[in-house]
Every structure is written in structure tokens, then in C-alpha cells.
Design a protein around this ligand. Sequence first.
Ligand SMILES: [Mn+2]
Length: 307
Amino acid sequence: MNLYSRQFLDWSEPPVNFQSAAVAVLPIPYEGGVSYGRGTAKAPDSVIESSRHLELYDEVLKAEPHRMGIVTIRPPEIPENPALLENVVYLSVRDLINAGKFTVMIGGDHSITYGYVKAFVEKYGRISVIQLDAHADLRKTYDGSPFSHGCIMSRVRELTRDTLQIGIRSMSLGEADRISSENLSVCTMEEYRTGGFELKSALVRLPDPAVLTIDVDVFDWSVIRSTGTPEPGGLLWDEALHLIKTIFARKKVVGFDVVELSADETDRNSSFAVAKLIYKMLGFKLASSVAQGLINWPEKPAGSIFR
Ligand SMILES: [Mn+2]
């Protein structure tokens, strides 16, 4: 497996290689599925660059999560054709999870999540997908294409019926009709704020394992403003972390992706927030596995610890 010349965290002490790493970060610099603002193809490099400025110590966990070993994989060749791209993503993710790596994908636009989820469905059979997003993404097609980022949850539901969508605050009448006629698990932002949705029981109903897909437009602009299809009124940093920590504590999360950041040279904050989010989430994965008695806090990279 070829490592990327730029490494998430860019940290080599303790020394880590593909074999000894618990986590593989897969950058997918693709924006062929976007409908509005551009810049998502440059996002993975921007996040990796920002990650070099992160503190490796997590003062909440009182530990250095990077000690489990995190390597960044060289991005695959990105084809123009979206159907081919789906397959390239699927093959890359499949190889990493078959090698036992906890695989984190950095997008790229949201359309890449199809290939990501497909690899997990193939490995585990039944999985659930939890989406944090401002948009329902439930149209059958968008702009006449099934490969658009604007209909990704429709595509994901071709792979699994077990979905939970949180933070939604933008949808069409057709999507709203679909949510009610198919009785889909959707917690709108308004319901999240008012407690009008039983999030904890929805989490209990979802089968394990679970994959998380995070569209950064779920965040409030004060946290992340550089995204292709922004919506006002999203999650604040602390409440997003609280929500995500709860998901890690209650579900067996086997992977996550973070998509739709739009790299912008005038905005370092958004890239840095995404880098920190990824590192925080890796810390949650580690902490929940330790809390469940599955592993001990790693002092040095010891290969595939998440089984
Ligand atoms: Mn979105």
C-alpha cells in the first residue's frame, strides 16, 4: 500500500508504517458531483496541511490518540467518469478495510460516499449509515444525474435500509413526502433543537456496525463556513462533538468519512476545524473501544487493533 507524501498529523514518533498503523486516512480529491460552489477537490490536502498544527494530546481524553498509528494513503487516480470513480473509491476502501485498517475518507464531494459504504456492506453484510448533513440528499437524481452529491442518501439507501439522518434543514417537497411515506429516520435541525425527535431510541434501533458520513455543512458557519452548498443554522462545535461522541459510545462505528469541505485560501479556520474533527473522532473511536474493554490505550502502533 503506497503512503502519501503528505501525512495527516505528519508525525513519526513513535514510528509508524502501514503494517503497524491502526488507522488509514484515504484522501479522495474529487468534485465531479458538485452542483454549486467548487473547491472540494483541494480539501483533502488542505485538511492534511492544517492537521500539522494540531496538538497531539487530547486534554479531554487525557491521552495522545495518534499513538495507535495513523497513516495517510496516496490518493488513487481520479477518473472523470463518476461511475468509474465510484468503483475506484470502493476498491480503495475495500482493500484498506480488508487489511484491518480503521479507514477514514476525506472528501471530496459527498458523491464519494457511495463507494465507501458499498465496501462496508460487502464486508459486513448489514450495516447502518448515520449521516450528519444540512441536506436530506434523498432525491432519486439531481441535475439529471444519479452521481450528484445532491442525491447521495438515495444512493446509499440502495445499499442499506438502515439510515439515520441528523441536522437536516433543507429538503424538497418530494424528499419530505419520501421521508413520511417510507417512514425514514430523519432528525431535522429544528427537531434536534426542540427535542422533537427520539435520537437515542433511533440509535438503539440501528443495527451494528455503523458507518458515519459527515457533510461539513451540518456545522454552523461559525465553525465551518467553506462548503459548496452552505445552509445557515447548523451545529456548534461543542454540541457536534457531544453528538458524535454519543454515537461512538452507543454504536460500533467501523468507519467514517468527512466530505464537502471547500478549500479556500482565505479561510484557514474551516480546514483546521475539519482536521481537528477527524482527530477528535479517532479519539472517540479509541476511547469507546477502551471503555468497552476491547483494547488498552496504545502506547505505540500495534497494527489493526479495531476488530
Ligand atoms: Mn449537505
